[in-house]
Design a protein around this ligand. Structure first.
Ligand code: SF4
Length: 210
C-alpha cells in the first residue's frame, strides 16, 4: 500500500518541518531538479527565470468583477470563502482562491486563472486544483470530489473538474517523492522538456544538461 505523505512526514521529518506550496508542486512536475536545487540545496531561482504559474495579480482584480449570481447559477454552492490560507500540518500549505460549500454537503476549491482555457495547460491547472482539494479535506474534514477553474480570458469560462480518490493517491505519491528529495538529497532525473534547460537558471550546475 502506498505510504501517504502525511505519515511519511510524521514518521521521518518531524524534527525538520517542510512547507510545500502548489507552486513547488508544479515546479517539481516541470522539472524535479528544481526541487533539488531550490528546496534541498536552497539555491534560490532568479525571479525572472522562474517557472511561472499562470496567475497574476490581475486575477484578483478580475474575480471581483464576476457576478456572484452568475457563479451561484453555474455552481450550486451555499457558502463561499475567499482567499483561504490553509496549513495542512503535513508539510503542505497554500491559499485557495475560494473554498465552496456545495448544496450536496461536499466542499470544493475554486481557482481563478488569468488565462485562456487550453488543453495543454489544463493538466497542470487540474493538478493544482487537486492539491487545493487535499488542503480543504484536511482543514474541514468534508468530502471533496470536484473543483472548479474559472478562465478569466475565456469569458470567465467555468470548468468543473471531477476529483477521484486515485487523484489524491497520485498527489500523495508525488509529494512523497518531493519530500524524499528535500530530506535525503536524492538527485532526481532531469526534465523531459529538454528545451526548458536552455533558459534555466540552474543550467550551469545541472549535471548532463545544456
Ligand atoms: S537545466 Fe534542465 S534539467 Fe537542469 S534544472 Fe534546469 S530545466 Fe531541470
Amino acid at each position: 500500500m502506498m505510504k501517504s505523505s502525511s505519515n511519511f512526514f510524521k514518521n521521518d521529518f518531524e524534527t525538520s518541518p517542510i512547507e510545500l506550496t502548489a507552486t513547488d508542486l508544479l515546479e517539481y512536475i516541470f522539472c524535479p531538479r528544481f526541487t533539488y536545487f531550490e528546496l534541498y540545496l536552497k539555491i534560490p531561482q532568479h525571479e525572472e527565470k522562474r517557472y511561472k504559474v499562470e496567475k497574476g495579480r490581475t486575477v484578483h482584480e478580475q474575480k471581483n468583477k464576476i457576478n456572484p449570481q452568475y457563479l451561484r447559477k453555474k455552481i450550486e454552492c451555499t457558502d463561499r470563502k475567499f482567499s483561504v490560507y490553509i496549513d495542512g500540518l503535513d508539510g503542505c500549505k497554500g491559499i485557495v482562491d475560494e473554498v465552496l460549500t456545495l448544496a450536496d454537503g461536499t466542499m470544493a476549491p475554486l481557482d481563478y486563472k488569468y488565462a485562456e482555457y487550453k488543453e495543454t495547460t489544463f493538466r497542470n491547472h487540474r493538478l493544482q486544483l487537486v492539491y487545493y482539494a487535499k488542503l480543504i479535506k484536511s482543514r474541514y474534514g468534508k468530502p471533496v470530489n470536484r473543483g472548479f477553474i474559472i478562465y478569466t480570458r475565456s469569458k470567465n469560462k467555468i470548468v468543473e473538474v471531477p476529483i477521484h480518490e486515485r487523484d489524491f493517491n497520485n498527489l500523495e505519491s508525488t509529494i512523497s517523492e518531493m519530500f524524499k528529495i528535500i530530506t535525503t538529497g536524492k538527485y532526481p532525473e532531469p526534465t523531459a522538456y529538454r528545451t526548458a534547460c536552455f533558459d534555466c537558471c540552474y543550467k550551469n550546475i545541472c549535471e548532463g544538461r545544456v
